[in-house]
Design a protein. Structure first.
Ligand code: SAH
Length: 233
């Protein structure tokens, strides 16, 4: 699918490979501003990630009554006690995951489906698990309706992961477990990365675990964050 041109390099080549931008909508300028003021200004510079954030209709992933606030610099309630993450946190976690076009990704905590939609445009396939049946159902319908055909939504408990599709090149957890579940680390491919908010209660750290090609694990903390707790086994 990647079209190559001898005249295009770097960011221009990536944008060409992503294809034409979707038609502008009423929120196009709000999205541009969101990326400029909340994301680029805070140090996210990967061109394909910025392009996806500029073109993904985040307002369609929040309840109709709060559409006007979809591009604000904060998380928003989406029902069932869940939230859609702050745009910058979506961008940061996506960047830390280092997604590539050929990769298969597992997400725990589908929520609104927005993070899955972003990753679907940067990878081959996204498998995403949501514990709340109504959210799993509505996000499945929404993602399919918007044409994200490389996302599979399952209702279930993320602590078990998705053994039938493992191993994954990347795993992103968008609800906070007290500790990263061993099952998920086991379902991560060698050379893969897991990104998760980790910590009991409100003291969470955004954490990256790299599984080296020899199987060794390297863990580091990036920043304090605030996510809804991961519902337990
Ligand atoms: N990625 C989402 C943000 C989700 S908020 C987005 O882009 O909108 C976290 C979600 O994780 C909530 O919807 C919550 O119901 C779900 N969740 C909590 N515990 C879970 C578990 N054990 N397994 C799967 N999903 C879980």
């Amino acid at each position: 699918m990647l079209r190559r041109s001898p005249h295009l390099f770097g960011a221009a080549a990536i944008l060409a490979a992503l294809g034409p931008a979707p038609a502008p909508d009423a929120y196009t300028s709000q999205r541009q501003r969101m990326v400029r003021e909340q994301i680029e200004s805070r140090g996210i510079h990967r061109a394909d990630i910025l392009h996806v954030l500029r073109t993904t209709p985040r307002h369609l992933f929040v309840p109709e009554g709060i559409r006007e606030r979809a591009y604000d610099d904060c998380a928003l309630p989406i029902g069932s006690g869940s939230t859609i993450s702050q745009p910058y946190i979506v961008a940061l976690m996506t960047d830390l995951l280092t997604p590539q076009k050929h990769q298969r990704i597992l997400e725990i905590g589908t929520g609104s489906g927005y993070q899955a939609a972003v990753l679907a445009q940067l990878t081959e396939h996204v498998y995403t698990i949501e514990i709340m049946p109504d959210l799993a159902e509505s996000s499945r319908e929404k993602l399919a309706g918007l044409g994200y055909s490389n996302v599979t939504v399952r209702q279930g408990n993320g602590y078990r992961g998705w053994p039938e599709e493992a191993p994954f090149d990347g795993i992103i957890v968008t609800a906070a477990p007290a500790e990263v579940p061993r099952t998920l680390i086991d379902q991560l491919a060698r050379g893969g990365r897991l990104v998760a908010p980790v910590g009991a209660g409100w003291a969470q750290n955004l954490t990256v675990i790299e599984k080296r090609v020899d199987g060794a694990l390297v863990t580091y903390s990036v920043a304090p964050v605030l996510f809804v707790p991961m519902k337990s086994k």
